[in-house]
Design a protein around this ligand. Sequence first.
Ligand code: ADP
Length: 591
Amino acid sequence: MQLGRALRIVLKCSPKLALGNIICLLIQGVIPLISLYLIKLIIDEVTVGLSIADKSSSFNHVLMLVIIAGGVAVISIICNLSARLLGESHSLIVTDHIQRILHSKSIEIDLNYYENPQYYNTLHRAQQEAPYRPNHIFNGLIQVAQSSVSAAAMLFLMFRFHWIVTVAVFVAVLPEIYVKLKFSGKLYNWQRRVTQDDRKSRYYGWILSTYAYAKEIRLFNLGSLFLKRYADLRGKLRTERLKISRDRSLAELFTQTVGVLVVFGSYGFIVYRAIHGKITIGDLVMYFQAFRQAVSYLRNILNGVAGLYEDNPFLNNLFEFLDLKPIVVDPIKPVPVPSPIKDGVVFNSVSFQYPSIARSALDDVSIRFNPGEVTALVGKNGSGKTTLIKLLCRLYDPSTGSVTIDGVDLREFNTVELRGRISVLFQDYVRYQMMVNENIWLSDTTEPLDLDRIKNAAQSAEIEEVINRLPNGFETVLGKWFDDSVELSEGEWQKIAFARTLNKDAQIVILDEPTSAMDAETEHEIFRRLKPLVRDKIIILISHRFSTVRAADRIYILDGGRISEQGSHEELLRQNGYYARLFRERSELYL
Ligand code: ADP
């Protein structure tokens, strides 16, 4: 069981609140017994009072007992309210704490975690459940502990009456709990089994109500198709779920009937002894109540234990996630990253295989990226261009071979420092639902937000005019998630991302399809502006557009993870290989 570890996290979040909770719990645990005993004393006193002449002394006695019982009730209220407040504070702290450790872990782990669906599926569940589970466990334990104190007190009382009634308490509760455990196990297994269908149905629901899909749904008239798929899946899930609930109700009908028979049988026994003068009327009331409460506390304990048992699989997922060790790790004594880079970035016979697939994504690749040069990577989809960039940013390490900067292996550098020298415009760049200036600033938050610098970047990315026309200029919130935000077109978003890339003063600048959503004229203008920025930088360009690629100093053609051709535009045309053929085909298209 991972319970101990979860409990440690919960207790460590706020030891004081935890202690407060425990004290309340102990007091609450014994209060029911004290109350019951006081009621017995009151009734016995009243019974005596009925048969004696000195009514006033008897009344004074009873009054005293009633006042004490009232005091105990007030203490109970104070305890309950304090426990509620303490519990709520603790629960909020725990939730935020767990969320924080999860978030920290989410940025620490390798990119591979996000790119491997099987891995992602299992652990995603932990991420979803984890924020409330440990707290659920904490409350479960409190419930078990408090009920145990109260149940022990009540059972002790019952045992004093007769051992057989103590056994009856267990007989009344155990079958019920057995059924509960059995069916919660069934439900849990069913939920695991249908996770895929459940997610699929949610996916259909999401398609039907999400902007990104809205155009195609209307154009291809897909609405009724997805509605039907959604309804079919939900119907299937509903029928299965209801069958489990029906079976459970039948089983509960049986166990609860047994429970009721045992309870009333025991009541009969208590009444029998009272009629035969073996116990007083006060005892009768006390034992009636104690029996009822013992059943209820025992039920609470067993329910609590069942709940804790259900939490365990989720804890396993959570701790499996928290125990993940990143493969890409920093060296103990990192070497400073050369600044400026003089010799260049070199891939030495690099091969790389994604953990989830058997085929190599890169196969014996040797490339050199020189400072002051624009190097272009060309190749079909899936030829390994993006993988190469991921290795250069050290999001993964090569399976064999090495990547070096000025002769030093990337694994010798601190990754944060290394990535600090690289700026990338990814193909799937992020559209931050934040202000324009923040969208551009986010590439380098080590410096405070400097509007002049941001404007420069915006100008180089050919987006400044568009920004100036926005309602709040550089302070306009972009996207459509928040109030008063403005949505941009694909091309405009790409230019914002481009400005972000340029805002970072990095020596290695990587542009992955930087102009795919832009028109040819803008693209030309951008590259005209980019040229003077190159100076001693290493610019790596991935593009399908020959107008962009041909201006590069060196072009590498990737094919199935291997370098098949390399050279300048003219050299490659002379080689008359894949590049030349592609260039001729494209030129014909534009004739
Ligand atoms: P490109 O950028 O040239 O389109 P990629 O570098 O993205 O190509 O992909 C190279 C190969 O690696 C492809 O076969 C692709 O399917 C595979 N691949 C890419 N990313 C992953 C991943 N995260 N997990 C497994 N395989 C991947």
